[in-house]
Every structure is written in structure tokens, then in C-alpha cells.
Design a protein around this ligand. Structure first.
Ligand SMILES: [Zn+2]
Length: 434
């Protein structure tokens, strides 16, 4: 074994035994090679970690991000959506360069690995720079650059810089990283492009076997305007245009109707719940419990840092759960294990990694997070799943591994030059906001 965790509480997320106490978990060649009870004979390992009062979980999946927007964290907040977007964010985004996006993404990834996230699904500009930052950091990433085509008749995907960047990611990362970094196609939303653009993007995705990342039914205005323009909801419109014939990740789905949820379930679309962003922008409460009941795969995301402002998925897990309890007026709604499943198993499925990551099982990639429960915040511990969902924070992460490689351990970043990234970020801050 390369690494052996002994005497650890393992949250496997496997249905038959979601929690193993006093477990041994061995890592070899990037994969989980052993997961067993304490009584079994411990194999030899190059490094042994005592897991007493520690909890080992599958690495978390952040399935909707605009990672480089980390550079806009705390910039022009508490404003009305239109004012914020058109007068502040869009002008600042026009100043972005590939280098700035690279640095913003690096900082986002540093925050993610330090708080237990191993994978993110990104939709932003300069997706090849996002891929570069993610590749160097050693995380899992599905990256896309959203197509925005407000001119119905003249939009040409092959002329859009998104096309060249997508090819670049496919050529440079998709295969070379063993599927760790994957290109996705993306349509920003039903309200920022038209049918000819959707056809070009879905054709491109189909030809290259890519997944698709979109925004869907985030606000009531989006939903109402779509019904006014097309006589049907965004989900119906996309279904009729063949968008859902591909594997799709749809962020938000706050205003999804009963029929919309049936459409998502029918096509195997993943709905990504972004509870903090939805609350901060006053977008509404996504019908997560209804979607799950209908068989929709629901994952969790943070959205961009202008509307969150934290990449700590433990915040999202807690708020996702208590928000559903509030909405249903039912404290038994969205129980801890189910919400934890959204941030692990369902997230892996959303990225097309469901058969290789997202649970602790032999043969799966060692995408692992070791949580330190030896603290006032988490002691005593009657149930580690409840501790994770309702009390733990990203600051309780002791170690984060992706494909068996340690990315973060006790405050130390192993793959990211954080000091340089912070230095660059301070420099770019002046450029993009002045
Ligand atoms: Zn978004």
C-alpha cells in the first residue's frame, strides 16, 4: 500500500454500509485498494495514518461554479441583480485576460481543496486556463465556456472563441489527464441565446461525446419571460430542441414546474442546487425534495463567488438541508445522509464519474477527505453523518487527496503556489475593478 488509514471512521456512502467504524482504508496506485474492518490484518504501507477521532469521506463535488469569479468576491454586493450585473460585473469581466482567469481559478481551487472539495464543474471564460489551473492543482474538473449568442441569425459557433478553446481542452487535457480534466459544452441559458446556437452547440457536444452544462430556471423573471416568448417553460423549450438528448447538468432549477421535473427525470438531467446563491440573490427555494422524489439526480454547487461568497461545501450541505426542512415545514425532510449524497455520489454522477468516484469502495479512485473530529466543534460525536452535515465546516479538513495524491494537508498546499496566486490576485484586483 502507498497509504493506509487505520482506526478511522469511514463514510463509504455505499447503501449497504454507509458508515464503517474502526476501519482500515488502503490506497495504492491512486485507487482504494482496501476497505475493511479493524479485525483484519493490516497490510504493510509506506505511510500509515492513525484515524482515531477522524472521519474519512469521499471528496466533495462542487457541480456549479464560475471559479475565477473568486476575484470578484466582495465586489459590489447587496445590489439589485440588474444593477449588479450590468453596471458592475459585466464591465469588470470585460477586463479579464487568460492570466487573470488562471489566477482566479487557482485561488478558487486552493479554497476548495482546503475545505474538502476534489471536483468542480466550471462554466466561465477562457476554459483552457481553467483546465490548466485544475490540471496543475491535481483536482477533477469538468470545464466549459458558456455560449452566449444574443444575435439569433448570425451566431456562428465555429467563429466563437469558445470553439477554439473547447478543441484546445479536448486536445491538451481530456485524454492526457486520464479523464481527470474533461471538456464540456455549455449553453449559458434560454434567455441569452437562440435555437440556431443551441443546435450548433448540441451538435458539437454530440460529435465529441461531451456533457452539457447550462443554467435553467434560476429566477422567476427567466421563467416568466420564457413562457411569454415561447409559450412554454425553459425545460420544455430545451427538451423540444434536443438539448436534453445529451447528458446535461442544469444549474438551479429553482422555478422548475412539476412537468419540468418530469422532463429532467425522463432525460436523466442532473439538477444542481445552489442554496446559498439562490438565497443571497433572493431567487427562491429549489424544489429539491420533489426532484429527488421524482428520481432526478440532484447535486450541489456554490455558483460564483459574487453570489455566495464561499466555496466551503459544508455550508451548502447544511443550508441545503435546513432550507428543505423550512420549505416543507417538515424537520424530517432532507435528512443528513441524503444531503451528503448530493455532494458526493450524485456529484460524481453529474460529472460522468459515477462508476469511478464519489464513494469509498475498493477499485474506486482514492478521492478522499480526512476530517478532524478531535475538536470542540465536533466532540462528542454520536453520529458522524450528523456531525458532517450540521456541524462540520471546511476548516475541519485535515487532508484532501485526489486520485491518491495528497493535495492539501494540515494547512499546507502540496500542488498550488498559493503565495504567488494571492500576490497576483491583489495585483489583478486593481486592474479589473478600476
Ligand atoms: Zn451560475
Amino acid at each position: 500500500m502507498d497509504l493506509l488509514f487505520k482506526n478511522v471512521t469511514a463514510i463509504t456512502m455505499m447503501p449497504e454500509a454507509p458508515v464503517l467504524y474502526n476501519a482500515q482504508v488502503g490506497v495504492k496506485d491512486g485507487k482504494i485498494a482496501l476497505i475493511t474492518g479493524a479485525s483484519a490484518l493490516a497490510p504493510a504501507a509506506r505511510r500509515v495514518i492513525d484515524g482515531t477521532n477522524k472521519v474519512l469521506i469521499p471528496g466533495l463535488y462542487n457541480c456549479h461554479t464560475h471559479a475565477a469569479m473568486t476575484l470578484f468576491r466582495g465586489f459590489a454586493n447587496d445590489l439589485a441583480l440588474e444593477d449588479w450585473l450590468f453596471n458592475h460585473i459585466f464591465p469588470a469581466e470585460r477586463k479579464l485576460t487568460p492570466e487573470i482567469v488562471y489566477t482566479g481559478t487557482q485561488i478558487a481551487i486552493a479554497e476548495m481543496v482546503a475545505s474538502g472539495t476534489v471536483a468542480f464543474s466550471d462554466m466561465y471564460f477562457f476554459m483552457d486556463e481553467v483546465a490548466r489551473a485544475a490540471d496543475e492543482a491535481g483536482v477533477l474538473a469538468n470545464v466549459s465556456n458558456a455560449v452566449i449568442g444574443m444575435d439569433r441569425d448570425t451566431y456562428d459557433f465555429h467563429e466563437d472563441r469558445v470553439y477554439a478553446q473547447s478543441l484546445n481542452v479536448l486536445k491538451s487535457y481530456h485524454v492526457n489527464t486520464g479523464g481527470r480534466i474533461r471538456a464540456e459544452a455549455s449553453i449559458h441559458g434560454v434567455y441569452t441565446s437562440f435555437a440556431p446556437a443551441w443546435k450548433q452547440v448540441t451538435d458539437f457536444a454530440g460529435e465529441n461525446s461531451l456533457r452539457l452544462h447550462i443554467h435553467l430556471s434560476e429566477t422567476k423573471t427567466e421563467q416568466d419571460n420564457c413562457v411569454a416568448a415561447y409559450g412554454k417553460t425553459p425545460a420544455r423549450v430545451f427538451e423540444e430542441h434536443g438539448v436534453f438528448d445529451l447528458p446535461v447538468t442544469a444549474a438551479h432549477c429553482v422555478w422548475a414546474t412539476e412537468e419540468d421535473m418530469d422532463i429532467l427525470a425522463r432525460h436523466g438531467v442532473t439538477a444542481v442546487h445552489n442554496p446559498v446563491s439562490n438565497l443571497k440573490l433572493a431567487s427562491g427555494v429549489a424544489p429539491v425534495a420533489r426532484m429527488l422524489a421524482k428520481g432526478v439526480n440532484v447535486a450541489i454547487g456554490t455558483d460564483g463567488m459574487s453570489s455566495n461568497n464561499s466555496h466551503d461545501l459544508f455550508e451548502e450541505i447544511k443550508i441545503a438541508s435546513i432550507l428543505q426542512k423550512y420549505a416543507a415545514n417538515d424537520p424530517t425532510a432532507a435528512p443528513a445522509l441524503e444531503t451528503l449524497r448530493m455532494a458526493t455520489v450524485n456529484g460524481a454522477k453529474a460529472q460522468g464519474r459515477g462508476d469511478e468516484s464519489g464513494v469509498l469502495a475498493e477499485g474506486y479512485y482514492a478521492d478522499l477527505v480526512l476530517m478532524d473530529f478531535d475538536s470542540p466543534r465536533l466532540t462528542p460525536c454520536f453520529d458522524p453523518v450528523l456531525g458532517l452535515a450540521y456541524s462540520a465546516t471546511g476548516r475541519d479538513v485535515a487532508m484532501t487527496l485526489c486520485r491518491g495524491k495528497i493535495l492539501y494537508e494540515n494547512g499546507e498546499y502540496k500542488t498550488i503556489d498559493v503565495e504567488k496566486a494571492l500576490f497576483d490576485a491583489r495585483r489583478y484586483q486593481k486592474i479589473i475593478t478600476h
